[in-house]
Design a protein. Structure first.
Length: 325
């Protein structure tokens, strides 16, 4: 029986011009390029210019994705932006992208699941397509984490970067088999008991300020290693597939050691893993669409490749989406 699936028609990304190397932090903090590389795999990150907002980055990534898909904004029915660092408390960044693209139809909203945001947004957009509410959806991950860093906290400020990535999803009827192209399954999870190990210490209902990111890195690390391979396995299982079927792992780019451990648990060789963490750092909800777009630009994916995405972040929230290119 034919099934309506969400196929990726195009990808795009934007990274702010300013690149900050690890050595930059040696000037103000008790840290070193060697420590950051060894413990995280990060070498550099991009930082937004003064006045450059999340919607600015998102609009540029969206335009690139539309170009890559060979589409114009008026062909898009919905925009879903995953972000934790919106320009304003409201309106949604997605509506700013809509206006920036000159769209006067359709609907637009944000999804907030921190570093897992893109996986949640992709799954959500797939739901819009499957239920016939939209034929074409722009799904964007965009962040300016530089705005919520405590630049005196060496345990967090060296880890994050700014950027945006976008994909264009389009509804296509597929035969309804495991060989179908498009999104095949999702597995989403949250456990609010862990809110205190990764959070921002400000907000509308508390301090009235944006606040700064706080993290017990080693605890988050342990949850990540335990939960990421598990959610990928669950999503694969839902799709009727196994790790042996996987062509590419496109993980959230938080820490090279977490990525390696997850690949090992899935018995995937590292040449099947897309890595951007060295050059981008952790860009939270932007990291997976950035990695998808960079790998697509490099011509690494071919039609029919099975791709696993997975991410974990504040909440804790974590999940995985399985798709065939
Ligand atoms: N330079 C030098 N030393 C440092 C630095 C630094 N930049 N940061 C921490 N240290 C020190 C600590 O102070 C500690 O010193 P102590 O032993 O004297 O107390 C020591 O290094 C070890 O600290 P740990 O936190 O145990 O180090 P760990 O090996 O766990 O690495 C890291 C820290 C990189 C943060 C790691 O835990 C990690 O990557 N965690 C997961 C992050 C993540 O995946 N987050 C999820 C998404 S983020 C989101 O949702 C927004």
């Amino acid at each position: 029986m034919a099934i309506r699936r969400s196929i990726i028609r195009g990808t795009g990304h934007y990274l702010p011009e300013r690149v900050v190397e690890n050595s930059h932090f040696e000037e103000t903090l008790e840290t070193s390029d060697a420590w950051i590389r060894d413990r995280t795999g990060i070498e550099r990150r991009h930082i937004a210019a003064e006045g450059q907002t999340t919607s600015d980055l998102a609009i540029r990534a969206a335009r690139a994705a539309l170009d890559n898909a060979g589409m114009t904004a008026d062909q898009i029915d919905a925009i879903v932006v995953a972000t934790t660092t919106p320009d304003l408390t409201f309106p949604a960044v997605a509506t700013m992208v809509q206006a920036g693209l000159g769209m006067q139809r359709g609907f637009a909203y944000d999804v907030q699941a921190v570093c897992a945001g893109f996986v949640f947004a992709l799954s959500n957009a797939d739901g819009l397509i499957r239920t016939g509410q939209a034929d074409r959806v722009l799904v964007i991950g965009a962040e300016t984490y530089s705005r919520i860093m405590d630049w005196t906290d060496r345990g967090t400020c060296v880890l994050f970067g700014d950027g945006a990535g976008a994909v264009v999803l389009e509804a296509v009827d597929q035969p309804g088999t495991t060989d179908d192209r498009g999104i095949l399954s999702s597995d989403l999870n949250s456990d609010g008991r862990y809110r205190d190990i990764l959070y921002v210490d400000g907000g509308v209902g508390t301090t009235g300020t944006a606040g700064c990111l706080r993290m017990q890195g080693n605890l988050v690390f342990r949850h990540a290693v335990e939960k990421l391979a598990k959610t990928a396995h669950t999503a694969l299982d839902k799709a009727g597939l196994t790790p042996a079927d996987v062509d590419w792992l496109v993980p959230h780019q938080a820490n090279m050691r977490i990525i390696t451990a997850t690949a090992q648990k899935m018995q995937l060789p590292m040449d099947k893993v897309v890595l951007t963490v060295a050059d981008h750092g952790n860009t939270s909800a932007a990291s997976i669409p950035l990695a998808l777009s960079v790998a697509n630009d490099e011509g690494r994916f071919k039609e029919g490749d099975l791709i696993v995405t997975e991410a974990i972040g504040g909440g804790l929230s974590w999940g995985s989406v399985i798709l065939r290119w």
